[in-house]
Ligand binder design. Structure first.
Ligand code: NAD
Ligand code: UDP
Ligand code: UDP
Length: 338
């Protein structure tokens, strides 16, 4: 069902048709799986604005039509409700594969990382498309090397509660490299570190969205464990720039895409408090199993080979998501799929 995407053809409003995408480059047809999600929808905005045709495949497991509604009348945009665990036939130039239940409360439910990745690689092989996998810093597990370089093999519990996510992504990386070596598919692998910004799910339990939503609702911020564990938080537009640079570049990767600025959860709570409400409080809760103690990307490889680095610090980026969160919370939109 791609009807919502094509309705613009028959509307009275006028849109540019298939335009040349920049000087000297022909416009591409690009699939974004998971394009109705947080990162995917920002990527779609960028690809459409530079003149490409975009087909989103999403089953709305955690994604929302609202994230794409501004695209529905654009003739270069199509939305297909489909689960990537099932095969699909399309003719495309590039595949950005983001579909994945990406947070602890969701990712246990679904074999997307293995079956979905296999199908998208099969599609890439059949049509000769370039395939980009959005892997994760979780492949490093609870890292024994700090900061993490791409050469580090990780410290992952294969049978823990998080395993279907981190081992699922590790398997997805393996499949991607197998199709590259065995079937000559052009592939790219991004290892994404914690990312935040507007359109993040409100209810998926990630720390930045939890803290921001809690403070807007005048609830205490829930700090898990002693709050001394660290993460490095990247603003979504920096990630999208990195994904496009990787897809367009000549290197397979894997590449770490993240912001090396490292914060404890207590420090993050302090920045959220300064940004939104100086009367905000915190409350300690037990931590989840196998929670990595620290995480920080070494991004020298992406700097050197992709000429990419993040530009937006946590203090600059947080205010950019607060309005979006405030509006959604006031409108009672708790971020559930449609
Ligand atoms: P998200 O939950 O907002 O987006 C994921 C999208 O995939 C949703 O729209 C969901 O409906 C869709 N989806 C899930 N299963 C599907 C299936 N079987 N078929 C079709 N669609 C399906 O999450 P996000 O933060 O935008 O993450 C995007 C990608 O980036 C994921 O692959 C995730 O693992 C990776 N990543 C994100 C972060 C982060 O901090 N946001 C960090 C590391 C990796
Ligand atoms: N596939 C798909 N779309 C395509 C081509 C393949 O969804 O255009 C799926 C296919 O159904 C299979 C997977 O991708 O489940 C892997 O395909 P491949 O051709 O590599 O493997 P094979 O079908 O030979 O086992
Ligand atoms: N965390 C927290 N309070 C919350 C949610 C998460 O203190 O309300 C902590 C969590 O224990 C982890 C860190 O924040 O140490 C990052 O968690 P998240 O789920 O956002 O990302 P990931 O663990 O995948 O890096």
């Amino acid at each position: 069902d791609s009807s919502s995407g094509s309705s613009g053809f028959f509307s009275k409003r006028t849109f540019p048709g298939r335009v040349p995408a920049g000087i000297g480059r022909k416009s591409l047809r690009i699939v974004v799986t998971g394009g109705a999600g947080f990162v995917g929808s920002h990527l779609v905005d960028k690809l459409i604005s530079r003149g490409d045709e975009v087909i989103v495949i999403d089953n709305f497991f955690t994604g929302r039509k609202e994230n794409l509604v501004h695209m529905f009348r654009n003739p270069r945009f199509e939305l297909i409700r489909h689960d990537v665990v099932e095969p699909i036939l399309l003719e495309v130039d590039q595949i950005y594969h983001l579909a994945c239940p990406a947070s602890p409360v969701h990712y246990k439910y679904n074999p997307t990382n293995v079956m979905g990745t296999l199908n998208m690689l099969g599609l890439a092989k059949r049509v000769g498309a370039r395939f980009l996998l959005t892997s994760t810093s979780e492949v490093y597990g609870d890292p024994l090397e700090h900061p993490q370089k791409e050469t580090y093999w990780g410290n992952v519990n294969p049978i823990g509660e998080r395993s279907c996510y981190d081992e699922g992504k590790r398997t997805a990386e393996t499949l991607t490299m197998d199709y590259h070596r065995g079937a000559d598919v052009e592939v790219r692998i991004a290892r994404i570190f914690n990312t935040y910004g507007p359109r993040m799910c409100l209810d998926d339990g990630r720390v930045v969205s939890n803290f921001v939503a809690q403070v807007i609702r005048k609830q205490p911020m829930t700090v898990y464990g002693d709050g001394k564990q660290t993460r490095s938080f990247q603003y979504v537009s920096d990630l999208v720039d990195g994904l496009v640079a990787l897809m367009e570049g000549e290197h397979v990767g894997p590449f770490n895409l993240g912001n090396p600025g490292e914060f404890t959860m207590l420090e993050l709570a302090e920045v959220v408090k300064e940004t939104i409400d100086s009367s905000a409080t915190i409350e300690f809760k037990p931590n989840t199993a196998d929670d990595p103690h620290k995480r920080k990307p070494d991004i020298s490889k992406a700097r050197e080979l992709l000429n990419w680095e993040p530009r937006i610090s946590l203090r600059e980026g947080l205010p950019l998501m607060v309005n979006d969160f405030r509006n959604r919370i006031l409108n009672g939109d708790e971020g559930k799929g449609l």
